[in-house]
Design a protein around this ligand. Structure first.
Ligand code: DCP
Ligand code: CA
Length: 425
């Protein structure tokens, strides 16, 4: 449907910016319905001084705006109601909004507490862009109670600009073919990323509208003068007002702090040696999950539960470096189980948790900074672990090549002190 629109290119994406209307004020109205239809501001006041953080749309009708001192707001509306800010509540409401949005796409890039970019290209064969935006907008209103404005385009910046066209509760498009009519006539200060100082400075060069900036590229002399003044960033701006900018929505990386695997046994364990073997299986499973996500732990916890008491006993260890090495971690698990399991205990549950996880790339980059691998064994082990993840090969560290004679050599990196080998599995 979307692709049938002749004015779009075949590889054009469909990007929405979704921005909540008067967000802090709307969030307050959710839990204090009596505020609805009243002009009020959210802000702080201390010792007679105060500032408006946001104004409800009813208060905006009186000219009251974010950033305004309270005394000024009171001049515009004598009895304006002030609600103190409560960030925890706003984060809670924001998360609810983002959770609704995540039902439509995995590609959601959170830009601020009340604003995100969403790539919905995969839904273009089912819905028309405006229809889809209204469905999402209604869904948020229905499930969370917050009204939003949606900007529609093929890239992030244009969709962001469009989201401001018809606030509150608006849905607006700014496709490339609409740029000359909808974007170029606007004052240069209205452009996303152009603050009041830059817009004033640009006006000194005769650039009054966004269109003037877009066309400046064709005026060689003017272009050179503004480039000298504003540097290379001006190229990005000129490109974006001509419709050229990134269409890649980058979701924030999920932050996983720990990965665990546990098991409740059908038959309880009474001897620690058999429990150690089972714990290794749990450990392997957890390691497999960590590897899949390219995460490396810097801590490990081992927990057990006894048949009788159901009490959980656990031991947590922080490691001196991040590692996936069984050589390093197994002895810790064994040792912990020996300490946890007392004589005559019968164990009905065991859990292994890999804690304090970090991304393998980060560790690898850090290791690359070490001079010529002249590192200590733990650090080398950590390098070996990250190479294991990168090359999918088993890596052993030995002081001589003979140490690992059973394996076929694939690649070797050496320096004066150590021989560092990558072996094929
Ligand atoms: N905010 C803030 N400090 C700022 C700007 C904003 O604390 N300098 C807070 C208050 C806003 C929220 O962030 O409610 C979202 O900012 P917006 O700029 O999106 O403003 P609003 O959502 O209030 O209004 P609009 O309907 O114009 O988006
Ligand atoms: Ca907003």
């Amino acid at each position: 449907m979307y692709k049938l629109d002749k004015r779009l290119q075949i590889d054009d994406k469909l990007i929405f910016t979704i921005d909540s209307d008067a967000f802090f004020a709307s969030a307050e109205e959710l839990r204090r319905p009596e505020l609805k239809d009243t002009p009020f501001v959210v802000g702080h006041e201390l010792n007679g001084r105060g500032i408006v953080v946001t104004a409800s749309y009813k208060a905006r009708e009186f000219g009251i705006k974010a950033g305004m001192p309270l005394f000024k707001a009171r001049k515009l509306l004598k009895d304006i109601k002030l609600v103190e800010t409560d960030h925890e509540w706003y984060v809670e409401v924001a998360n609810e909004v983002f959770n609704v949005i995540l039902n439509y796409s995995d590609k959601v890039q959170v830009a601020s507490i009340d604003e995100c970019f969403i790539d919905v290209t995969h839904l273009t064969n089912k819905y028309k862009p405006i229809e889809l935006a209204k469905i999402i907008q209604y869904d948020i209103k229905n499930k969370v109670g917050i009204s939003t404005s949606v900007g529609i385009s093929t890239n992030l910046i244009l969709s962001k600009v469009a989201s401001n066209f018809d606030k509150p509760n608006g849905v607006s498009t700014l496709f490339k073919h609409e740029i000359p009519a909808k974007l170029w006539p606007l004052d240069i200060g209205e452009m996303h990323m152009i603050g009041s100082k830059t817009s004033e400075a640009l006006k000194k060069f005769g650039i009054e509208t966004i269109g003037d900036l877009a066309k400046s590229k064709n005026d060689f002399e003017l272009y050179n003068r503004i480039k000298q003044n504003f540097g290379i960033n001006i190229d990005k701006l000129i490109d974006s007002v001509n419709g050229l900018s990134s269409d890649v929505v980058r979701p924030a990386e999920e932050i996983i702090k720990s990965i665990s695997k546990d098991e409740t046994f059908e038959v309880s364990y009474t001897d620690v040696e058999s429990l150690k073997l089972t714990a290794r299986n749990l450990f392997d499973f957890a390691i497999y999950r960590a590897k899949r996500r390219k995460l490396v732990p810097k801590g490990i916890s081992i927990s057990i539960k006894l048949d009788k008491s159901f009490n959980r006993a656990s031991i947590s260890k922080t490691l001196p470096y991040s590692t996936l090495s069984k050589e390093v971690l197994w002895p810790i698990v064994d040792d912990a189980l020996e300490k946890l399991v007392k004589k005559n205990d019968s164990i009905k549950f065991c859990s292994i948790s890999l804690d304090n996880l970090s991304k393998e790339e980060k560790i690898y980059q850090q290791m690359e900074l070490e001079d010529d691998f002249k590192a200590t064994k733990p650090k080398l082990q950590s390098i070996a672990d990250s190479l294991t993840l990168k090359t999918k090969a088993d890596i052993f560290i030995g002081s001589t090549m003979k140490d690992n004679y059973r394996y076929e050599e694939k690649e070797a990196m050496m320096n004066d002190n150590v021989k560092f080998k990558v072996w094929e599995k």
